[in-house]
Design a protein around this ligand. Structure first.
Ligand code: GLY
Length: 385
């Protein structure tokens, strides 16, 4: 159970963001044009497999965040904007990529941020196309957007990507697209989110009948366990669904997941990699799950009708971020190329275990920026992505 932290430590968060910028700058200077996924012994460049290519938006996504934090008309702002464009543009063809279920990760971190800044219609066209491509994964039998592993598979992670379908639906006034997004979220809520707010990583369906067969997992401990990053994706993703639909069921689900996270995580807010991890791996934490959860809580605290609960979520987010800044960054470890240590990608395949992971870096920077920018008490503005 987390011990929350009511006061924001602005200088700690600002210094950590500065450190993040130095690490990203040095990564791009040492390896220009390289989009890493996870480190090996703290180094981004290695021969380890990707398993799936879902992460290329996160490095430019950080650059878009960094340019926002710099003073107007400064050379730093211009530097990060140019870098962000340079690293976002090569992703454009992936608006048609039918091999992954990750088009939200790729385009909401990049083209969405770019479009918010410039309002160039051609950028919006890319986002809309990405949403339409993503919607092609919809299985009428079963009512879900299928994962990259097969037509019979639904992942909790897809809750982070259904937002691009909602976005495309809104921009084009397309009811069918919106329906697909809503039906996907309702299916995920029904089969992957349990009564206690914990989540299964994967659901397996009969593709002939659409019948739900069983819970399963790729990256978690077991089909009936709660993989902590999956839970963090769920709290963030259902919060976004609520922002697009105002359907109270989605806010209730996001809250149930958040409450499970907060009551089961370690006292510093950083969770074990799976809440039901085996005794041998129970001490292995996943800092990326913590960073995603912190970002999700900051968004959720501004959606809740109850200000007391909102303030609790805000305080928990501050505690998680403070723990990450004080105990889990690579500051002081000269050879380590990442920002945040202690992430886990795929424990069973031994990929990126106790390493820096690109999505952990991105969501950490996003949460730090949000915490520095917004106060939950005064600010009811929503951050729709
Ligand atoms: N495949 C998404 C994740 O590892 O969280």
């Amino acid at each position: 159970m987390i011990q929350f932290e009511p006061e924001i430590d602005r200088s700690l968060f600002e210094e950590t963001l500065q450190f993040a910028k130095r690490q990203v700058r040095s990564l791009t200077e040492q390896n220009p044009g390289f989009y890493p996924l996870y480190t090996q012994d703290g180094k981004w460049k290695h021969d380890g497999p990707a398993w799936t290519h879902w992460c290329d938006g996160f490095l430019p996504g950080m650059m878009w965040i960094f340019q926002r934090t710099e003073a107007e008309d400064s050379s730093e702002k211009d530097y990060w904007k140019q870098k962000a464009i340079e690293y976002s543009l090569p992703l454009e063809p992936r608006q048609f990529d039918r091999d992954v279920h990750d088009l939200g990760f790729i385009f909401l971190s990049t083209y969405y941020r770019w479009y918010q800044l410039t309002r160039e219609p051609r950028l919006n066209d890319v986002l809309v196309q990405a949403g339409k491509t993503m919607a092609l994964r919809f299985r009428e039998k079963g009512q879900y957007l299928c994962s990259f592993v097969g037509d019979d598979s639904l992942f909790i992670d897809i809750m982070m990507n259904v937002g691009v379908v909602f976005y495309a639906a809104r921009e084009t006034n397309d009811r069918k697209l919106r329906d697909i997004a809503i039906r996907h979220a309702l299916t995920t809520r029904r089969y992957l989110v349990r009564g206690d707010g914990s989540t299964a990583h994967e659901g397996i369906f009969d593709t002939e009948t659409g019948e739900f067969l069983r819970s399963s997992t790729q990256q978690g401990q077991r089909g009936d366990s709660s993989w902590s990053r999956g839970l963090a994706w769920s709290m963030y993703g259902f919060g976004s669904c609520y922002e697009y639909t105002r359907d109270p069921r989605f806010l209730q689900t996001a809250q149930a997941c958040a409450d499970y996270f907060l009551t089961h995580t370690n006292a510093d807010g950083v969770p074990p990699w799976d809440f039901q991890a085996s005794p041998e791996t129970r001490k292995t934490v996943d800092t990326s799950a913590a960073a995603i959860a912190a970002g999700a809580l900051i968004r959720l605290c501004r959606m809740l009708p109850d200000p007391v609960k909102g303030f609790y979520y805000w305080s928990c987010a501050l505690k998680i971020l403070k723990s990450l800044c004080l105990d889990h960054t690579a500051r002081g470890d000269e050879g380590w190329e990442g920002i945040l240590k202690g992430g886990v990608y795929h424990i069973h395949k031994n990929l990126g275990v106790n390493e820096s992971v690109m999505w952990g870096e991105y969501f950490f920077c996003e949460a730090l920026e949000s915490a520095l920018k917004f106060s939950p008490v005064n600010d009811k503005k929503h951050l729709v992505v």
